[in-house]
Design a protein around this ligand. Structure first.
Ligand code: SF4
Length: 349
């Protein structure tokens, strides 16, 4: 067995880079196209799986190269079919991804991470408690999808940047990954959602990218006082400025945005909060997702509201938002720590 650490990682090279590398290693150039197709179209992660290569060629490639830098540390499967993955990067950092299946549709949605830790430090979020550690490269972002497709022998249809990290604080890598996901893996921007806590300058920049992604805003409170606490980035960019940037995004892209609102008992689930949320969204081309807090961490100080409260809250939001679509998101992976950062945090020392 070759020493893994000496093998060159070819995941993330574009076709011409791979061809140049093969030529430099005295491997026929046309092999690069074969290998490239296996990696991205068929999500293969070992040369042994490339059945149109001879055993000799497979052995030669395996002695020089490896495909990807992630290794799987843990895979959990929820009773509802949600799967959660904990990966280790080559530098030992841990990163999470989640695969969600919905009984009412065929599509599979992967929730992926863009950073290790997060500087925004939302108090209810496990990733936030870690603080910011590092940005993922675009390759490390894409590899989460490729790894899942290889492991589960399926194709992911939709991607949401709602895992660990604030994607717009890792702007260049996230945009590159979004473009590459289309050209390499075949998942177009229309099937990708970027969820932000409200990095106003980057929302404005994203509007200029000519990308058909869905933009989601994690609002969580429609009033500055409450939002300063729940989403501390709000102390920098207040709600009025944030909502103006969301309206600009809609105007520029002609795309409906999504407002995400995690429901926390006693904090942001009152009738007044529902009315404030409805009024704030009334003039925005959006739909509203209410997400009851995922209470799979029994020691969390935060709690999910009762079903009655969730129902009444959603009714008020609909009424005051001039009839916007309000969806109470089905909780996925309730039993496997599927909320962002929860699995990773159980490995922290
Ligand atoms: S909820 Fe999102 S933005 Fe807030 S700390 Fe967690 S990862 Fe960061």
């Amino acid at each position: 067995m070759p020493d893994e650490s000496l093998l060159k990682n070819i995941f993330g090279l574009n076709l011409s880079e791979l061809e140049s590398l093969f030529i430099a290693e005295s491997i026929e150039k046309f092999r690069a196209k074969q290998v490239f197709k296996w990696i991205y179209t068929k999500s293969v992660r070992t040369f042994e799986e490339m059945t149109d290569l001879s055993a000799k060629m497979q052995a030669e490639l395996s002695s020089k190269f490896k495909i990807g830098s992630l290794s799987l540390i843990e895979r959990q499967v929820s009773s509802d079919g949600t799967k959660k993955y904990l990966f280790s990067l080559s530098d030992g950092n841990l990163v999470e991804s989640v695969l969600m299946c919905f009984s009412d549709r065929d599509s599979l949605t992967a929730c992926i991470s863009s950073q290790i830790g997060c500087a925004v430090k939302c108090p209810f979020c496990s990733t936030g408690t870690l603080g910011f550690r590092k940005n993922l490269s675009s390759d490390e972002i894409i590899e989460q999808i490729q790894f899942i497709q290889n492991l589960e022998k399926l194709r992911v249809s939709n991607i949401v940047f709602m895992g660990q990290g604030e994607p717009l604080n890792n702007y260049d890598s996230v945009i590159k990954a979004t473009r590459d996901l289309g050209s390499l893996i075949g998942i177009g921007a229309r099937h990708i959602t970027i969820s932000t806590s409200g990095v106003v300058p980057q929302i404005e920049k994203l509007a200029e990218e000519d990308l058909q992604v869905t933009l989601a805003l994690s609002l969580h409170d429609a009033e500055n006082e409450g939002r300063d606490y729940l989403v501390p980035i709000n102390t920098k960019w207040k709600i009025a400025e944030l909502m103006q940037s969301m309206k600009n995004y809609v105007k520029k892209t002609n795309r409906r945005v999504t407002i995400e609102y995690v429901l926390l008992r006693g904090l942001n689930d009152s009738n007044e909060k529902a009315i404030a949320l409805g009024k704030l969204c009334a003039d925005l081309h959006c739909h509203i997702n209410l997400i009851p807090y995922n209470q799979s961490c029994s020691d969390s100080e935060f709690q999910r509201p009762s079903n009655n409260r969730i129902h009444y809250f959603s009714m008020l939001v609909k009424q005051y938002s001039k009839g916007k679509t309000v969806i109470v998101r089905k909780e996925k992976g309730h039993d496997i720590k599927a909320a962002c950062g929860q699995l990773e945090s159980s490995y922290r020392t």
